[in-house]
Write a protein that binds this ligand. Structure first.
Ligand SMILES: NC(=O)c1ccc[n+]([C@@H]2O[C@H](COP(=O)([O-])OP(=O)(O)OC[C@H]3O[C@@H](n4cnc5c(N)ncnc54)[C@H](O)[C@@H]3O)[C@@H](O)[C@H]2O)c1
Length: 415
């Protein structure tokens, strides 16, 4: 097969490489010319696709800014961003642009699949009419389907191949064709009755996480008042072999998906005079968690008779989650901004994030900074950091991730 991928980011690049590894020819279309240059030079900026994997498929993978080659593909998968606009409503401009581009080269017999996370109805009501500007009819001249991406950057126990892929087609034939194409790279394809069912499946998965993270974050705030160790409670509850799924409290929720996707459904629900209260409540708790963390930082310094203003605070890990360098919606950004406003003398160390340009900060050397800082805060617990050493060499440590829960030390405070 010849497979086209539109958007070579966290979702599109691993897919492109998976098809190339399965022996197919892959055309990767992207509008970011610098990313295309890096890819052409064999350099990947997605952790899940190391450079050697990219090099191994270089002959079958063509990154390009040219639309023409997409018209020669058997299947085209759309993996562009679906962020929120200023008022927390869906911003489909990337999708509309990508669809408009594709409509210029679309030809009969092709399969088009949308992978970007979005609200139910997007494939049918937004994507289909744009593609049909080509003069071809979806479901008759070309196949159209929706299949949500389930990639979890940094995860190694489940891969593109071993994660089941949900597929909903405009017609049964669209669904079957999409299932066939995904069957080339996935061991299990899960067909559903419509694109809308597939779109909502993805949102349910992400809203489930968002609501449960909010629940443990709220519990962590209550535990502080009650002087109960929330980590001990989460660990103990986690021993129940049925009916409980463990979620960790933390400094807030980040990434391109969880803080954004639930609001796609909240938006679509409002059109039906329906208010998704769980989504709004979870959003409120998770969005304000960094404020709670900053207050905890103030109290922790207060206990050693120091103000935030002028204190040297070292933030350990700023990416939105461990093991990756993705800063999108990272709670650390809010914490940096709030602490700067309070006059803290801020530094950060993150092996995956060399600089935070918007705050004019560069990752500092850990060994030098530990002894110097008045307070070291674990915001994101990257696996390559030795936390026993952090506690041993710092005057005061505040852990928002529970990675020090087996360490007993006078200079250690936890969420
Ligand atoms: N990152 C994740 O973990 C993840 C997981 C599941 C689903 N998703 C969803 O997948 C979609 C893509 O997310 P991502 O993290 O891969 O985004 P990303 O920002 O990493 O990559 C998107 C790519 O699309 C390119 N692009 C933008 N407009 C384009 C256009 N008109 N034509 C061609 N290329 C264009 C960008 O240059 C970029 O390279 C989103 O809807 C997201 O919600 C992401």
């Amino acid at each position: 097969m010849r497979v086209g991928i539109i958007g070579l980011g966290y979702v599109g690049l691993p897919l492109a490489v998976a098809y190339a590894e399965a022996g197919h020819e892959v055309v990767g279309f992207d509008t970011d010319s610098r990313k295309l240059e890096r890819l052409a030079a064999g350099s990947s900026d997605v952790e899940d696709v190391p450079d050697d994997r990219l090099a191994a498929v270089a002959e079958r993978f063509e990154p390009t800014a040219e639309l023409g080659p997409l018209g020669e593909c058997d299947a085209v998968l759309i993996c562009v961003p679906t962020p929120l606009a200023n008022h927390r409503e869906p911003d489909l401009t990337y999708l509309v642009d990508a669809a408009t581009s594709l409509s210029r080269v679309l030809r009969a017999g092709q399969l088009v699949v949308l992978e970007s996370t979005t609200y139910p109805g997007t494939t049918r009501d937004r994507l289909k009419p744009i593609l049909e500007e080509s003069g071809l009819a979806a479901g008759r001249d070309f196949h159209l389907a929706y299949s949500p991406e389930r990639i979890d950057p940094g995860r190694t126990d489940y891969t593109v191949r071993t994660t089941p892929k949900v597929v909903g087609g405009l017609t049964d034939a669209c669904r079957d064709r999409a299932a066939e194409v995904y069957g080339e790279i996935c061991d299990e394809v899960v067909p559903v009755s419509s694109p809308e069912a597939a779109e909502l499946t993805k949102l349910l998965e992400n809203i489930f996480r968002s609501v449960n993270i909010a629940l443990v974050n709220e519990l962590a705030r209550l535990c502080e008042r009650m002087e109960i160790d929330v980590w001990e409670v989460v660990d103990a509850a986690g021993t129940k072999p049925f009916g409980f799924m463990r979620f960790e409290p933390g400094p807030g929720m980040g990434g391109h998906c969880l803080p954004v996707d639930p609001f796609y459904l909240a938006f679509a629900a409002r059109e039906h005079d329906f208010y998704t209260e769980f989504i709004e409540l979870a959003g409120k708790i998770n969005q304000t968690q960094p404020h709670f963390c900053v207050r905890k930082i103030e109290h922790t310094l207060n206990d050693v008779e120091k103000p935030v203003r002028g204190s040297r605070i070292l933030l350990l890990g700023v990416a939105y989650k461990a093991g990756v360098g993705d800063m999108r919606e990272a709670p650390a950004l809010k914490i940096v901004r709030l602490l700067s406003e309070l006059g803290a003398d801020l530094a950060y160390h993150d092996p995956h994030v060399p600089e935070l340009t918007e705050f004019d900060l560069r990752s500092v050397d850990l060994a030098e900074e530990l002894a110097r800082a008045d307070l070291v805060c674990v915001i994101t617990a990257h696996p390559e950091v030795d936390y026993e050493r952090v506690v041993a060499e710092s005057s005061l440590v505040l852990d928002f991730r529970g990675v020090t829960r087996d360490i007993g030390a006078e200079n250690l405070v936890r969420l």
